[in-house]
Design a binder for this molecule. Structure first.
Ligand code: KG4
Ligand code: ZN
Length: 330
């Protein structure tokens, strides 16, 4: 059994995945309530909370799996990208558990982890496929040829899709985190009410962009009466979804892959799932979405990724550092 630990942002998470890829326990303790009053994640506050929660969350996961430390074969942990202080808490905890129990350690990239949310039983997805990873920190289109990594074809030039949801929600006066709240408000509005621009339409390559849309929302809200907020939210959400959908379908068509997979926190959005389903059906592409409870940050995806990655011994892992940004991953 593999113990996974994830502390890259404001979720303290631990999970147990067995040797056959079945999830035996998945514990996520969200700090959203703490950060809400600040309107976003405060990195130092997150690190301190991880410090208090990581060991209890690990022990809870073991308990839920009906397992003990002696049943573990490896410890997997998110090494980056994310908040550096938050990552270091998880990494130090994982090193300590691995060293004390003479277990190998498997460092996992958080984004590869999101993709590996698709590899768990009972319905694991087999590469190759094209993936749209849309989260609060990243928005990436990548070709996945095997279980160990991905080849990035395009990514956002500015804000991530989840960031566009969160910042949009803030402008609309909604709470944090904003994605789910914006989706709720949008459900009662007309997505065609306001013609927000579709970023990157007609541009070559597979990059995305969301910061212009946020500016368009700010300008729109200055001249729109309050009673039309649902229409504004629905139109804004539709513009994000349109951009993700158009770019994803262009990429999957260009790649010749038969399957498009959707992962990351934004993949929880039902309107996005429905829109992609429509586009994929029309293009003869199979759409596979990560299970909703494995879209947002969790440690099941980290333990899942670890099944395919090298297991390190103390000489290789004790000096291992975390990394904050995706470009440092190599
Ligand atoms: O993958 P994730 O949990 O953390 C990162 O790795 O960033 O993604 C969090 C992001 C947040 O921006 C949140 O607003 C967004 O996912 N999100 C949603 C929804 N639920 C979460 N965005 C749109 N609609 C949702 N229902
Ligand atoms: Zn994430």
């Amino acid at each position: 059994m593999i113990l996974g630990i994830e502390t890259s942002c404001d979720e303290t998470a631990a999970a147990i995945v067995d040797g056959d890829g079945w999830l035996r326990a998945n514990v996520v303790s969200s700090q959203a309530d703490i950060h809400r009053r600040y309107g976003g994640v405060v990195p130092e506050v997150a690190s301190r909370r991880h410090l208090e929660l990581t060991v209890p969350v690990v022990e809870r996961a073991l308990e839920e799996a009906g397992a003990g430390y002696a049943d573990l074969d490896a410890v997997a942990v998110t090494r980056g990208p994310g908040l550096i202080g938050a990552l270091l808490v998880g990494l130090a905890t994982a090193k300590a558990i691995a060293f004390a129990r003479s277990l190998p350690l498997v460092p996992v990239d958080h984004l590869i982890g999101h993709v590996a949310s698709l590899y768990l039983e009972p319905d694991p997805l087999e590469p190759p496929f094209l993936v749209l990873l849309a989260s609060g920190g990243h928005t990436i289109l990548a070709d996945v040829v095997d279980h160990t990594g991905m080849h990035v074809l395009g990514s956002t030039l500015d804000d991530a899709a989840g960031e566009a949801f969160d910042k949009g929600a803030r402008l609309l006066g909604l709470g944090y985190p904003g994605g789910a709240e914006l989706e709720r408000l949008a459900a009662g509005g007309d997505p065609a009410a306001i013609p927000f621009p579709t970023a990157m339409r007609g541009r070559s390559g597979h990059d995305l962009s969301f910061s212009g849309l946020k500016t368009a929302l700010r300008v729109t809200l200055e001249t729109t009466p309050d009673d039309r907020r649902a229409d504004v939210a629905a139109s804004y959400q539709a513009a994000i979804i349109r951009s993700l959908g158009e770019r994803a379908l262009e990429a999957v068509t260009a790649s010749g892959r038969e399957t498009l997979a959707l992962v990351g926190g934004v993949a929880r959005n039902q309107a996005l799932r429905a829109d992609l389903e429509r586009r994929c059906t029309a293009a003869g592409v199979r759409l596979v979405c990560a299970p909703p409870d494995l879209c947002s940050d969790n440690a099941a995806m980290i333990a899942s990724a670890a099944r395919y990655l090298p297991r390190l011994q103390p000489d290789a892992y004790l000096g291992l550092d975390a990394y904050a940004s995706f470009t440092e991953a190599a």
